[in-house]
Design a protein around this ligand. Structure first.
Ligand SMILES: Nc1ncnc2c1ncn2[C@@H]1O[C@H](COP(=O)(O)OP(=O)(O)OP(=O)(O)O)[C@@H](O)[C@H]1O
Length: 611
């Protein structure tokens, strides 16, 4: 299954070759998240302006002290103290505004990202199953965690740099031209060189970054898959093999990161060299002018200070360029998810049928249904199936026959490609999904329990369902004794996926969950497949209790699970090839009778044999 899913790196590669238009769209979409914070951004802008102005006035103040007082011997201690106080005052002002500006930016940046993360999670949880067939869980985890983190650094670092450093650059140039236009002109000569260096390094840095991200995504996806399949790896003694594969991916990631870091260092050091060269040029040109008495010493001092400060914002902005690159990639990836519409959509309010779950009778009709996971490869064609309210139907058939697919369609995990599925005569596409899932309850082979208490799991964290009701449900399915034996009873905290419990215990809890939610149509997909015969008996009893008065579909390989059903369907290659009661099907001597014979020969279904 995992082989045909594109992982995060595939997404990245597509992103990298896509036209800039896509990046622009995603950038605009993400920037829309900043809109509600317009006023705060205005505050940040003003704080930056005041903070930087205070900082840049300091060299100017020293220049006044040197040229207008010290150089011509017109000064006094009182004046120097006054000057020092103003200098200090400017430093304090600069500090205060920079502090406020930083805090505002952090606050607004974190809020924006928290909002994006929330939307992303909500959006992913609304996606249809076909979406999860296409995307690796590992890469989705990367999207929710590290891509949003990258966007966070955009708002807190890149944007700060753009506002603060951009403004600083403009003000420095302004001050330099104020002081001496000729020297200022020389200083700006270095700008085209900087632009050339930036362009030369740009594609190299970008490639290095994307490569590092790709490797990281692969590593995360591999780790996530291995952790969830760890029991299998150990059971097949594949630890060494997997360790080797992990090491290769880890090594790839290490190399990519080193290359990225190396490119960064080269880029930054080149900038340092350029900065120092400009400084030397300034000392040489300015020094000569001072010697020729065409320039005042104070002006040269101020120029040298500004040149130092001049390279700092340029360096910052170019350094942030890297983060900006990663941000556009991350934004694009996140926007791709956010702009993917679920293939299974809720009906428009005017088309929705408000079938109230509690009034549903439970009649289920598959009318001329066709479906395939790939549109050009049909799995089910023109299938008709009608279930009466309260009927229990068993479905058996060889592996891959399409049994689970049938119930995925009834749950609307996928939509039919032709025909209709109806509940009480209403097309399920007209029933809002929240209602549909209250009408149709599903218990799978491997019930999914969340980390939390048993009570939380039974009532699915819904506070509006009382504890008493949840406990009553556990009693109803015969799970009470087992739960009460646990150290903290109903408040026992389960680890991820309920790994502290046995398969049977987990299944009983999922039965209790179904009782709480009272679906009118109940589906069990191999729900007893993993259980030992004693636990299976317990679960079978629970099933009989739970299925009372509900339309129930039971999918099973073990015939003993379904032989008492009102009707048994036999599926082959997406078709229902036989149907009838156990006795009728045995008498018909068809596929079911064969399956039954093989089961008897294999020693399974002892109950069936003796029954
Ligand atoms: N998400 C999916 N994407 C693509 N093909 C799928 C997907 N799920 C199932 N299939 C394919 O559809 C066919 C029917 O699968 P399905 O799970 O419905 O069979 P099944 O009768 O329930 O089998 P089993 O008894 O082994 O659970 C199989 O060939 C399977 O490979």
């Amino acid at each position: 299954m995992s082989d045909h899913k594109p992982d995060a790196d595939a997404t990245t590669t597509t992103t990298s070759t896509e036209p800039d238009q896509s990046k622009r769209t995603s950038f605009k979409a993400m920037m829309a998240y900043a809109k509600p914070h317009k006023l705060t951004f205005l505050g940040i802008f003003l704080c930056s302006l005041l903070g930087i102005s205070a900082e840049l006035l300091q060299p100017y103040l020293v220049k006044i002290a040197i040229d207008d007082h010290l150089a011509i011997g017109q000064t006094s201690v009182a004046f120097l103290v006054q000057l020092a106080a103003i200098y200090l005052g400017l430093a304090v002002i600069s500090f205060v505004f920079t502090y406020v500006q930083n805090n505002l930016l952090q606050h607004v940046g974190q809020n924006i990202v928290s909002r994006i993360r929330k939307d992303l999670f909500r959006h992913i949880s609304k996606m249809s199953m076909s979406f999860f067939d296409r995307f690796h869980i590992g890469s989705l985890v990367t999207n929710v965690s590290s891509d949003t983190e990258t966007i966070s650094s955009f708002f807190t670092q890149v944007l700060l740099s753009l506002i603060r450093d951009g403004m600083m650059l403009v003000l420095i140039i302004f001050f330099m031209f104020q002081l001496d236009p000729v020297l200022a002109g020389y200083s700006l000569l270095v700008l085209p060189i900087i632009a050339i260096v930036a362009v030369l390094f740009r594609s190299r840095l970008r490639k290095a970054y994307q490569n590092a991200r790709t490797r990281l995504s692969r590593l995360i996806a591999f780790t996530a898959e291995n952790l969830s399949g760890m029991f299998l790896i150990q059971a097949f003694h594949q630890e060494e093999e997997q360790k080797k594969r992990f090491s290769e991916k880890n090594q790839d990631h290490l190399q990519a990161n080193i290359t990225q870091a190396r490119s960064n260092v080269i880029f930054n050091r080149t900038f340092d060299i350029l900065g120092n060269a400009a400084l030397v040029m300034m000392v040489w040109l300015g020094g000569r002018a001072v010697l020729g008495e065409s320039l005042q010493v104070g002006v040269l001092y101020a120029f040298i200070s500004y040149i130092r400060q001049f390279f700092q914002p340029i360096n910052q902005i170019t350094m942030q360029w890297n983060t900006f690159q990663s941000t556009t990639v991350s934004m694009d990836r996140i926007w791709k998810i956010l702009s993917t519409r679920p293939e299974v959509a809720d009906p428009k309010p005017q088309d929705a049928n408000k079938l109230e779950p509690q009034f549903v009778m439970g009649q289920v009709d598959f009318n001329d249904v066709s479906f395939g996971y790939h549109p050009d490869r049909a799995l089910i064609e023109h299938l008709n199936l009608h279930l009466y309210p309260g009927e229990m139907v068993g479905i058996v058939g060889t592996t891959g026959a399409g049994k689970s697919t049938l119930i995925s369609l009834l749950n609307r995990f996928y939509d039919v490609q032709a025909g209709r599925i109806e509940i009480d005569g209403t097309d399920i596409r007209q029933i809002p999904q929240a209602n549909l899932h209250r009408i149709v309850g599903l218990i799978q082979q491997e019930p999914f329990l969340f980390s939390g208490t048993i009570i939380d799991n039974v009532r699915m964290f819904r506070e509006d369902i009382s504890r008493e009701k949840a406990i009553e449900a556990c009693r109803f399915v015969g799970a009470a004794a087992m739960i009460e034996r646990l150290p903290e009873g109903y408040d026992t905290r389960l680890s991820e996926r309920g790994s502290g419990l046995s398969a049977g215990q987990r299944q009983l809890i999922s039965f209790a969950r179904i009782v709480v939610f009272e679906p009118r149509v109940l589906i069990l997909d191999e729900a007893t497949a993993n259980l030992d015969s004693h636990t299976e008996q317990l679960v079978q009893q629970a099933l009989e209790t739970v299925s009372q008065g509900r339309t129930t579909i039971v999918i099973a390989h073990r015939l003993s699970t379904v032989m008492h059903a009102d009707r048994i369907l036999v599926m082959e290659n997406g078709e229902i090839v036989e149907e009838g009661s156990h006795q009728n099907l045995i008498a018909a001597k068809g596929v079911y009778a064969d399956l039954y014979k093989h089961a008897r020969e294999a020693g399974e279904d002892h109950t069936a044999v003796s029954g």
